[in-house]
Design a protein around this ligand. Structure first.
Ligand SMILES: *Cc1c(COP(=O)(O)O)cnc(C)c1O
Length: 430
């Protein structure tokens, strides 16, 4: 596709990054199932390895199918570049890697995907990194948590699982003033519902496993760079601003300007961490993204109906969906994700932990799985599964208390979804 910055979202989700295959004319993006690429000659090979010329060397670094997906996601997010990775969790490490170092910390919201809380509170300690968890509704607490060793601020746009919506512009103002990048995990919202970069985010991360692929086939992740952060404004980000010994003293920011973070992600991150997305996964995700807006419209429409129905059910203690007027985030959601509050919410049952486990066992159409963002409706009891490693206080803070079930609404008929929920609620409370 030629440069078409004026194209709408529905056009870009199909065309951005793709063009008919130059060798065959194939209209759909081929799966370039190749590990290596032949150099034109020895000089070409040397220029590629010196980062003087952009091209394909080896598929741990770059692959033509994955490159189309990278450009498509970057375009939809309004970024200058993106690096795809093997999973959403890989993308989070890839986003932090150029920023962090031993003794450095990330200031993170308490409302995050359970796996991210575990990754940040436990595993990153092995690298000498740490996370400070703060309630992101308390802006003074976020400000106070940022110290001289803070290298990033991290939150989710619509947080998984609790129907919590982050005030991205307010958090961006704080991180900007402190001279550190804001990373927003936009998995639950997708670029169709929310544009963190236009609201001030520096980097956007995705688990493409979820809505972007959309049908539960492959894991993947992406890091999108806004291209707006000045990595050389302080000496806090030497990986991007100082000479890189592995490339004869090249300075990424000076050499690549707004593309510094993306080039670093490929030339250092994928080269040495190897969290590469494979071309088959990129193909499935490209297929999924072609219908992203259509699916998200239906996810939102269905979630809205089902959440409202659940809220009126006698067995239900509460529903956290930012699309319901009862949600404390109802007004904020209209500003942050104006096309809808997503397809994910939680429901608290009056019968507590036991009713929740009976409920998930009694559902027939909903699948009890550790996934979300599928065309099928999915359900999980977070406290006994994804958030099991957390303390009860952390579970409550993350919106995954023992009496809470997370629901990911698919694109089926809502009448069928409601009928299934109704019979399972009756059994759970019998
Ligand atoms: C699933 C998920 C992740 C992790 O992604 P994987 O692809 O499973 O590694 C991160 N953040 C959010 C919000 C998620 O839903």
């Amino acid at each position: 596709m030629s440069d078409g910055p004026s194209y709408g979202f529905d056009t870009l989700q199909i065309h951005a990054g793709a063009r008919p295959d130059p060798a065959t004319g194939a209209r759909q993006t081929p799966i370039y199932q190749s590990t290596a690429y032949v150099f034109r000659d020895a000089d070409h090979a040397a220029a590629l390895f010196n980062l003087q010329e952009v091209g394909y060397i080896y598929s741990r670094l770059t692959n033509p199918t994955v490159a189309v997906l990278q450009e498509r996601i970057a375009t939809l997010e309004g970024g200058v570049g993106a690096v795809c990775c093997s999973s959403g969790h890989a993308a989070q490490i890839m986003a932090l890697f150029p920023l962090m170092g031993p003794g450095r910390n990330v200031v993170a919201s308490t409302r995050l995907y359970g796996g991210t809380i575990t990754q940040f509170s436990q595993t990153i300690k092995r690298f000498g990194w740490s996370a400070k968890f703060v309630d992101f509704d308390d802006l003074d607490a976020v400000k106070a948590a940022i110290d001289d060793d803070t290298r990033a601020v991290f939150c989710e746009s619509i947080a998984n699982p609790g129907g919590y919506v982050t005030d991205i512009p307010a958090i961006a103002e704080i991180s900007n003033a402190a001279g550190v990048p804001l990373i927003v995990d936009n998995t639950s919202a997708t670029p169709y519902l929310c544009n963190p970069i236009s609201q001030g985010a520096t980097l956007v991360v995705h688990s493409t496993t979820k809505y972007l692929t959309g049908n539960g086939t492959v894991t993947g992740g992406a890091v999108v760079d806004s291209g707006t952060f000045d990595w050389s404004a302080s000496d806090k980000f030497p990986s991007l601003s100082a000479p890189e010994p592995a490339y004869h003293g090249l300075k990424f920011h000076e050499t690549f300007g707004p593309l510094a973070f993306t080039f670093h992600g490929i030339a250092i991150g994928l080269r040495d961490l190897g969290m590469t997305m494979n071309p088959q996964a990129a193909h499935y995700t490209l297929m999924g993204i072609e219908t992203l807006s259509l699916r998200m419209q239906r996810h939102v429409e269905n979630a809205q109906k089902v959440a409202a129905w659940l809220e009126g059910n006698a067995h239900v203690a509460g529903v956290t969906y930012a699309g319901l007027p009862s949600s404390p985030y109802y007004e904020r959601a209209k500003a942050i994700c104006p096309k809808g509050a997503g397809g994910l919410f939680t429901v608290a049952l009056k019968g507590g932990y036991e009713a929740c486990t009976k409920f998930v066992d009694a559902l027939e159409l909903f699948s009890h799985v550790a996934n979300l963002g599928d065309t099928r409706s999915l359900v999980i009891h977070s406290a006994s599964t994804t958030h099991r490693q957390l303390t009860e206080a952390q579970q409550v803070a993350a919106g995954a208390a023992p009496n809470v079930v997370r629901i990911s609404i698919g694109i089926e008929d809502t009448a069928d979804l409601i009928a299934d929920l109704e019979q399972a609620l009756a059994k759970a409370h019998a």
